[in-house]
Design a protein around this ligand. Structure first.
Ligand SMILES: [Zn+2]
Length: 386
């Protein structure tokens, strides 16, 4: 069954999820683009991109193993359009702008600098460009953009160590600093234990360990990732839901899960959004941070993930606020930033529920929030914006 795109269900009777402060902890650099930006870059460089990339719904394929290979081919085609420092800066700026518009107060964007290094004189300049762009985008768009440097499972583990040493030089928790070290690409490839050395280097530098795991492989591999890489957060980790004991271990160890429902469905991990075990994970006490992964390929951004939680999984506004709190707590932001964003969540939830508004307010010409809602919006905005 093809993936079902999350729809905008915002009505006058619901709190606006775009105003709910949240942290976005799973977004890849190239995959963060929207189609107009990719089209623009491709045109500037005279590159023809597969029509599947720019004509929407690029992964509408049966939920089989084909999903990953098609994804990888299209991702590589998109990456081939990124050929200059200016391109790299535009990507970070657009990601921050789009995230901020969806209520994200903290974005931790993930980048493997290796692919862009040839165009900017090496992996060190590639990382520094992303960090500098993250600082500029934070100031321009009123959110914090931290960076996760990610190694690839498809490359040699010694490459991962080199990246970890590089990432360590820029460690911090603020905008334009490296906040964590990741491991991405096809989970079925490579020996996870061989990457333990890279994660040791990263951890010694104070970086959080945020590898992918528990997406294309099941509980056994999640256990391996826990044993070998000692993650602070897991990219995806949804397959841990298949083993209650393992899930309990994740909860006990405080390992947060970056859950990306649209990605899971597009890659055939689950046949439909309703099958993503969001409830199972939350009910078990797991700390869940919803993420978009690669909006360019999955056709859904951060807000769509929260709308899915509301419309497909039936989360109430209180439950959605808890998801947002969970994302903020799982972020690597400073205590001060976390407190500010959490206060914004409280203000969002404390605002009058538009569903309780009188008949004169609901659906009136003042728009989605009614009079009380507008006051509340202003209160939330005051807390969210700096
Ligand atoms: Zn990912």
């Amino acid at each position: 069954m093809p993936p079902r795109r999350a729809r905008r269900w915002q009505t006058a009777e619901m709190r606006d999820l775009a105003l709910l402060p949240k942290a976005h902890l799973h977004l890849h650099f190239t995959g963060s683009m929207d189609v107009p930006l990719l089209r623009q870059m491709a045109a500037e460089h005279g590159i023809r991109v597969p029509s599947a990339l720019v004509d929407a719904d690029p992964l509408r394929v049966p939920a089989t193993a084909r999903g990953w290979f098609r994804f990888q081919r299209l991702y590589d085609a998109a990456r081939a359009c990124v050929r200059s420092e200016a391109d790299m800066r535009r990507i970070v700026d657009a990601a921050a702008r789009l995230d901020a518009a969806e209520g994200s107060g903290r974005l931790e964007i993930q980048v493997d600098p290796t692919s862009y290094a040839p165009f900017v004189g090496g992996i060190t300049p590639a990382v520094e460009i992303v960090l500098d762009a993250a600082r500029a985008a934070s100031a321009a768009h009123g959110l914090e953009v931290g960076v996760v440097v990610a190694a690839s499972r498809m490359k040699h583990p010694l490459d991962a160590r080199t990246l970890a040493r590089l990432a360590a030089r820029y460690a911090g928790d603020g905008p334009g600093e490296v906040v964590g070290f990741g491991l991405s690409n096809d989970e079925r490839h490579g020996d996870t234990s061989a990457f333990a050395g890279a994660f040791r280097i990263a951890r010694r530098a104070g970086l959080a360990a945020v590898p992918h795991g528990g997406e294309l492989l099941g509980p056994d591999h999640v256990a391996t990732v826990l044993d070998e890489l000692h993650p602070d957060r897991l990219g995806h980790g949804v397959r841990a839901s298949e083993d209650p004991a393992l899930l309990a271990r994740l909860v006990d160890d405080g390992v947060a899960l970056e859950v990306c429902p649209s990605s899971n469905v597009s890659l055939g991990v689950y046949p439909d959004l309703a099958d993503v075990p969001l409830r199972t994970l939350v009910d078990a006490g797991a700390q869940v941070a919803l993420g978009a992964d690669d909006p360019l390929l999955f056709g859904a951004r951060l807000l769509d993930q929260y709308e899915t939680a509301r419309t497909v999984h039936g989360f109430s506004d209180a439950g959605l606020a808890d998801l947002a709190r969970s994302s903020i707590r799982a972020s690597l932001a400073s205590p001060g930033t976390k407190a500010r964003l959490l206060a914004g969540v409280d203000a969002w939830l404390a605002a009058p529920d538009p569903a309780d508004a009188g008949p004169g307010d609901a659906g009136s010409s003042v728009g989605r929030s009614g009079v009380g809602g507008r006051r509340a919006d202003a209160a939330v905005a005051a807390v969210t914006n700096r």
